[in-house]
Design a protein around this ligand. Structure first.
Ligand code: ADP
Ligand code: MG
Length: 390
């Protein structure tokens, strides 16, 4: 789960990390109240969306006067921001953050992420902040330091102090710097984050450091331990179908294509997406209805797939292991009837009681194409989606 910058900064403030507070504004009529709360300019008006690269895309603007704050707020609120992280369709800005501008001398990059190879958190840091880390990793990989963090003890004091010096920060500010790095790791571990990123982390005139931007991603599997923060989820920023699927215990991920996929098992769902791609099609989603593939789950899954208007044909690819194919076939028939399915449908069933399942499908009034292998199924659904015969 991602949070907005203003939410991440609230967490940072709670832990004593250096951030500048600001006001969140959802409507232009609230700008005056925000200025009353933060009367000392100049200010920065920042789009609050779940994507980085806002600055370059025009979503972060400097304002010298109150009049300018109003103008920049009007320009950013309601705009569709397109950055390398939003995808080509961009993201509508529904909230802005109005915050006093910070005067700084240098930008740095620091993040804490999980290193799955090492099975520990690691810090990635660079004295070259401001740029995207992905870009830096390609153009100047040596400029990124990597520090392995002890998953039990956190960042040791000596590591934090070393990092401070390696980043070229002034020795007289080493206590503040080291404390900031250790606290970042503490936030990451306390809250079960999958990422904490500060870009830029800036150096002020007195040599101390300050978090100008803040990004945190919660690990979804850890959210049950952080219910207060789980409530901070912003549905406006998330895919409506993914949210609905999660409510029904289905694993659904939106993709860019046009072939709807209804599959049981995550591995089979991935293989299905690959097969569709292999035969020249493009999957509209990844969807794992779970091992049982009950009628309820299948009905809900059909509804979610059909709410995506890009979908031109549907592939049901089910392996009856614990679940029996005849039960699943009946589920598909009933679910298709309930949702009034009219798109081309390709069904591939395999496993326990497959013959009974086939029989049920054949006897039903459901219009579908039966495929006896993955390849055949993928080929048939791609042809159907492209308007050929299914
Ligand atoms: P993003 O990473 O999405 O582009 P940032 O919060 O990093 O957004 O802002 C982009 C740039 O805007 C920063 O690198 C910094 O130069 C400037 N900036 C952001 N917030 C402030 C602030 N409070 N004071 C001064 N400059 C800021
Ligand atoms: Mg940034």
């Amino acid at each position: 789960m991602k949070l907005h910058e203003y939410q991440a900064k609230e967490i940072f403030a709670k832990y004593g990390l250096p951030v500048t507070p600001g006001a969140v504004v959802k409507h232009l009529s609230e700008v005056d109240a925000a200025l009353k709360q933060f009367p000392q300019g100049p200010w920065v008006v920042k789009a609050q969306i779940h994507a980085g690269g806002r600055g370059k895309a025009g979503g972060v603007k400097f304002a010298k006067t109150e009049q300018e704050v109003h103008e920049k707020a009007a320009a950013i609120l309601g705009m569709t921001l397109v950055s390398p992280q939003t995808g080509p369709e961009g993201k509508l800005v529904k909230k802005i953050f109005i915050t006093p501008a910070v005067d700084y001398v240098k930008e740095l990059y620091v993040s804490v992420v999980l290193d799955r190879v090492n099975r520990t958190p690691i810090i990635l840091a660079s004295a070259e902040g401001g740029t995207e880390i992905e870009e830096l990793a390609v153009t100047k990989p040596d400029a990124i330091f990597k520090i392995i963090v002890d998953p039990i003890e956190g960042l040791h004091s000596y590591q934090a102090r070393q990092l401070h010096l390696r980043l070229g920060l002034p020795p007289e500010a080493i206590n503040q710097g080291a404390k900031v790095f250790q606290t970042m790791v503490k936030v990451f571990m306390d809250l079960d984050l999958s990422m904490l990123e500060v870009n830029p982390l800036v150096v002020l005139k007195d040599g101390t450091i300050h978090c100008l931007d803040a990004k945190v991603d919660f690990e979804d599997n850890g959210l049950a331990r952080h219910k207060d923060y789980a409530a901070w989820r912003d549905p406006d920023e998330e895919d409506a179908r993914e949210l609905l699927a999660a409510e029904h215990g289905l694993s659904y991920i939106s993709l860019d294509g046009y072939v709807g996929c209804l599959v049981n098992g995550a591995g089979l769902a991935m293989a299905t997406a690959d097969a569709i791609q292999h035969f020249g099609g493009s999957p509209a989603n990844f969807l794992d209805v779970g091992g049982s593939a009950s009628q309820k789950a299948v009905t809900q899954a059909f509804k979610i797939i059909l709410s995506d208007t890009r979908v031109k044909a549907i592939l049901v690819n089910i392996f009856g292991g614990i679940a029996k194919c005849d039960v699943i076939a009946q589920g598909i028939i009933d679910a298709a009837k309930e949702v009034g399915l009219s798109l081309p449908l390709v069904v591939r069933l395999e496993g326990t009681n497959v013959e009974k399942g086939k029989e049920l499908l054949a006897q039903s009034s459901l219009k579908y194409t039966f495929a006896s292998s993955m390849d055949e199924a993928a080929k048939a659904v791609v042809a159907a989606a492209k308007g050929g015969k299914s």
